[in-house]
Design a protein around this ligand. Structure first.
Ligand SMILES: Cc1cc2nc3c(=O)[nH]c(=O)nc-3n(C[C@H](O)[C@H](O)[C@H](O)COP(=O)(O)OP(=O)(O)OC[C@H]3O[C@@H](n4cnc5c(N)ncnc54)[C@H](O)[C@@H]3O)c2cc1C
Ligand SMILES: *[C@@H]1O[C@H](CO)[C@@H](O)[C@H](O)[C@H]1NC(C)=O
Ligand SMILES: *[C@@H]1O[C@H](CO)[C@@H](O)[C@H](O)[C@H]1NC(C)=O
Ligand SMILES: *[C@@H]1O[C@H](CO)[C@@H](O)[C@H](O)[C@H]1NC(C)=O
Length: 429
């Protein structure tokens, strides 16, 4: 079996780590368009396009520290090394991924500066085969190579989602998305309207208060228990923009210089030919069985699609799951059965109030999702202490945005952990 892995971020590295030790796999190519591994965790000052005319992939900003404790950010077989703090700067996560790749001999299988342009089921082949067309960005030469399996690991925090706010296109000041944010200095002395209360919106809005007297944070997160600096004002959603004025849902209005969109990202697979039968609409990638397997072409899988998860642990579980289907540990259901499973999952999600945009949101569904992958493939699930810490740290994030990163976590066993917060030690399970 010859396998093509698209992308050398955490998901692609994890895929290669397991594929390289799998006896049924003879050849692994990891194709990575940039000159470095690590994807999201690579910081660059550059925004817009790179030297080869490709859109800059990373959305990393200079000051970023993780929004989850390192205790839940490692791989099950390769935890983040012990250190004093739980919340790490991005460069430590990048170093962690580099050492993971080195330890498992993944780095030498990465073809850097190779941009995947087209993936297409091979025509006329009896068994399912794939044609992958990629460009060597150094030589400019384009090549097409045949593979038996495809792992799509291209990440999904790179293509900005721009909300449909009336008047946004005609807005007279600057409009910018957090994908292009690097340092706060650009907002010096400006009145900034930050739109969006996700981790980036909250984090960056606070960072900007250091350089400007007026920051307006518009969001619809309900349980924010945090104290904000006096120069940050919270507002509900923006109803419309007119000239330089923002009108909010509560009837209030503000003059602003910059609209700064922290409105998240869109799934994007520009290299998948339509005959791959994957459609992305309203942030829903389908049809995928268990958010991993391409239902109509089961020799293609997607690693890392769900969000509000313990990312690297989930990548590892998804990869173990899929590799076990490749090596015969278990057999995937038929395409018809997989399709029915996905349709039922959608109905179940809708009945519990999830919108279509939330098709891949896990959050409270995490443990059930992990258990379902693990039991089908007879492999180990993610210890519940990991999801417990994730839940607890998310609550502490909302209640103490300015200081939650001082908390220190320690895993005691599969169910129990300890938090050292504000001088107080607590054991939780
Ligand atoms: C600002 C920010 C902060 C975050 N903070 C956290 C955090 O604190 N904790 C956490 O768990 N998660 C965090 N995340 C989520 C983070 O993205 C995931 O944890 C994880 O790193 C994603 O890994 P990935 O491999 O799926 O994607 P990526 O890291 O995006 O890697 C994808 C790789 O694919 C390559 N690629 C894409 N298209 C092609 C192509 N056509 N040809 C060749 N190569 C291609 C890219 O160059 C890239 O190297 C954060 C994300 C962002 C944007
Ligand atoms: C905004 O308020 C915070 C907290 O009160 C303060 O530290 C910061 O200096 C203020 N920013 C400016 C530009 O005055
Ligand atoms: C299949 O893959 C799994 C996970 O990598 C491994 O543990 C198992 O030994 C493999 N089985 C066979 C039959 O090779
Ligand atoms: C903890 O969980 C892992 C993975 O689920 C399992 O392999 C291990 O045996 C568990 N340890 C204990 C002490 O139960």
């Amino acid at each position: 079996m010859r396998v093509c892995v698209v992308g050398a971020g955490a998901a692609g590295l994890c895929a290669a780590r397991h594929l390289l030790v799998e006896p049924c796999v003879t050849h692994v190519d990891v194709l990575e368009q940039t000159s470095q591994l690590g994807g999201t965790w690579v910081y660059t000052e550059t925004t817009g396009y790179d030297d080869f005319g490709l859109p800059i992939h990373t959305s990393m900003y200079k000051s970023l520290r993780t929004n989850l404790p390192k205790e839940v950010m490692g791989f099950p077989d390769f935890p983040v090394p012990e250190s004093e703090k739980s919340y790490l700067p991005a460069k430590d996560m990048l170093a962690f991924l580099q050492s993971y790749a080195e330890k498992h001999g993944v780095t030498e299988h990465i073809k850097f500066k190779h941009h995947v342009q087209l993936i297409k089921p091979k025509q006329g082949a009896t068994a399912e085969l794939w044609d992958v067309t990629y460009k060597n960005l150094i030589t400019g030469v384009t090549e097409t190579k045949e593979y038996d399996y495809i792992f799509v690991c291209n990440g999904h925090y790179n293509t900005p989602f721009i909300p449909d706010i009336p008047g946004l296109k005609q807005f007279q000041g600057d409009v910018m998305h957090s994908h292009d944010y690097r340092v706060p200095d650009i907002f010096e002395g400006k009145k900034v309207l930050v739109v969006g209360g996700g981790p980036s919106g909250m984090d960056i809005a606070l960072e900007i208060t250091s350089v400007t007297e007026k920051v307006i944070l518009s969001h619809h997160v309900k349980e924010v228990g945090s104290v904000f600096p006096s120069n940050l004002t919270q507002k509900p959603d923006v109803e419309k923009l007119d000239g330089n004025t923002a009108y909010f849902k509560d009837g209030t209005q503000e003059e602003v210089d910059v609209v700064f969109l922290c409105t998240g990202y869109q799934y994007n697979f520009p290299f998948l030919h339509e005959s791959c039968n994957i459609v992305v609409e309203d942030n829903c990638v389908e049809p995928l069985y268990k958010h991993v397997v391409n239902v109509q072409h089961p020799t293609m899988c997607f690693i890392g699609v769900p969000y509000y998860v313990c990312a690297f642990s989930m990548f590892d579980l998804q990869v173990r799951y899929y590799v076990r289907s490749m090596n015969g540990t278990f057999k995937l259901p038929t395409p018809n059965e997989m399709m029915r499973h996905w349709e039922e999952e959608k109905i179940d999600r809708a009945s519990r109030g999830f919108t279509r945009r939330q098709a891949h949101m896990m959050g409270p569904d995490q443990e059930k999702y992990y258990a379902s992958l693990a039991s089908e493939a007879s492999t180990e699930t993610i210890p519940s202490v990991i999801t417990k810490i994730r839940e607890e740290s998310s609550i502490r994030f909302l209640n103490n945005l300015q200081n939650y990163r001082q908390d220190v976590y320690k895993i005691i066993d599969n169910d129990t952990y300890e938090i050292l917060s504000n001088g107080k030690r607590e054991i939780l399970c």
